[in-house]
Structure formats: structure tokens, C-alpha cells
Design a protein around this ligand. Structure first.
Ligand SMILES: Cc1cc2nc3c(=O)[nH]c(=O)nc-3n(C[C@H](O)[C@H](O)[C@H](O)COP(=O)(O)O)c2cc1C
Length: 204
């Protein structure tokens, strides 16, 4: 693997959830590059029913920050979050909670449905196959441009409230809240299980 940040394999292996971001503005041209990459992702039956909201407005960020804060506090109160091996993530999640409104841009990937999706996260996620490839394109492109980004979903825990903040019509569902900015730290390699733990041949 080369260390060229335009090399696809290198980028894939070095695209981590970057939560600590500088407040420096991100030019709109770069945000549009991210969404252009997203827009190349596949959708079921090629419906092309994904759309994106770019949030830069202070008031909107504050409203989303509050939704995120409530859900993050519940998440870190969970006994699982106090496990020593989770300390790194939990500290980064706390940092993001406390600096959310300083993040320069937030992207919201959405899907438009033909009829009302069941009001459960699992039903929403079940239909999410048409948005997650686009989301990964955003993360990879951000990494290749030197931008930090992370998938977050906790801030959507109260979906009606999130939809109201975002002004979404009934048939449009949000799938993530993706803060984007220049990272305060370095990009490192992802840490994943070895292949022998995750590959099965011919049957489980
Ligand atoms: C479906 C999904 C939901 C996630 N929700 C959150 C979230 O609400 N808050 C957060 O800080 N990170 C969230 N993450 C990021 C994961 O915690 C992160 O990708 C994982 O810990 C692996 O870290 P790494 O990508 O830096 O290796 C989410 C990731 C996925 C795929």
C-alpha cells in the first residue's frame, strides 16, 4: 500500500471517524465535491432518491447540538461506555458534544420515500442501502481532501424533533449527521479485526 492520499486503498485504510475538528471554514466548493462524490453512489432501482442538506447556520447548529447532547449523555451513561477500551471513543464523542456548534459544516444525508416509512429506526435503516454507499463516498472523499468527517446518528434519536429542526417533509428521512472540518489531529490507520476473523468460505 502506498502512502499517497489519492491512492484508493490507502484512503480506505486511513478513513477514520474524525470528531475533533477545527472551526476554520470549509469552502463550499469542497463541500460540493463531497456531495458530488455522494451523488455517484448507487440507489436501489436507480431511484436517485438521496438528497443532502448542508448546515452552516449558527442557529441550526445549536439546535442540532442540543439534540446530539441529549443523546450523547444517555449514551455515555450506559455502563458499556465506561469500559476502559472505549475511553478513546467516549472522550472524542464528548469533545464533539461540547464543540458541536463550532464545527464549520454539517451534512445530512436524506432519502425520499414513495410512502410513509414505518416509524422505527430498523425500518429506516433497512431502507438505508440507498444512502450508506453515498455516505461512505463522502467519508473517503473528505479523507482524500484532508478533511475530517464522521458518521453520527445519536442526534437523530428523537427523529420527529430532528426532522422538525431540518424542516424535512413527511416522506423525507434523515440517516446521519456528518460533521465536516479540518481535523485538529492526524489521520491514522483504521483498526479492524483481522480477515481470518471475518471471512467464511462457502458456509458459516
Ligand atoms: C451506523 C453508524 C452510526 C454511528 N453513530 C455515531 C454517533 O452517533 N456518534 C459518533 O460519534 N460516532 C458514530 N459512529 C462512528 C463509529 O463510532 C466509528 O465509525 C467506529 O467507532 C469506528 O471508528 P473508526 O471509524 O474511527 O475506526 C457511527 C458509525 C456508524 C457506521
Amino acid at each position: 500500500m502506498t502512502s499517497d492520499s489519492t491512492d484508493l486503498s490507502y484512503v480506505i485504510h486511513h478513513t477514520r471517524a474524525m470528531r475533533r475538528l477545527k472551526p476554520d471554514p470549509v469552502p463550499n466548493t469542497l463541500l460540493m465535491e463531497l456531495i458530488d462524490a455522494a451523488n455517484q453512489g448507487p440507489t436501489g432501482s436507480n431511484k436517485q432518491n438521496a438528497s443532502w442538506i448542508i448546515i452552516r447556520d449558527e442557529e441550526k447548529k445549536i439546535e442540532l447540538a442540543e439534540l446530539n447532547r441529549v443523546a450523547v449523555n444517555r449514551y455515555i451513561d450506559n455502563p458499556e461506555s465506561s469500559a476502559p477500551e472505549r475511553a478513546g471513543i467516549v472522550n472524542a464523542v464528548k469533545w464533539q458534544r461540547d464543540h458541536f456548534q463550532e464545527i464549520p459544516a454539517i451534512l445530512i444525508p436524506c432519502l425520499t420515500f414513495d410512502s410513509t416509512p414505518a416509524d422505527t429506526w430498523s425500518a429506516g435503516a433497512g431502507s438505508g442501502g440507498s444512502i450508506w454507499p453515498a455516505v461512505q463516498n463522502v467519508l473517503l472523499t473528505a479523507r482524500s481532501l484532508g478533511l475530517g468527517a464522521a458518521i453520527t446518528t445519536l442526534g437523530l434519536s428523537d427523529r420527529p424533533a430532528a426532522k422538525q429542526v431540518l424542516g424535512l417533509p413527511e416522506l423525507v428521512e434523515p440517516f446521519a449527521i456528518i460533521p465536516v472540518g479540518y481535523p485538529t489531529g492526524n489521520f491514522g490507520p483504521v483498526s479492524r479485526q483481522p480477515l481470518e476473523n471475518v471471512v467464511h468460505y462457502d458456509r458459516w
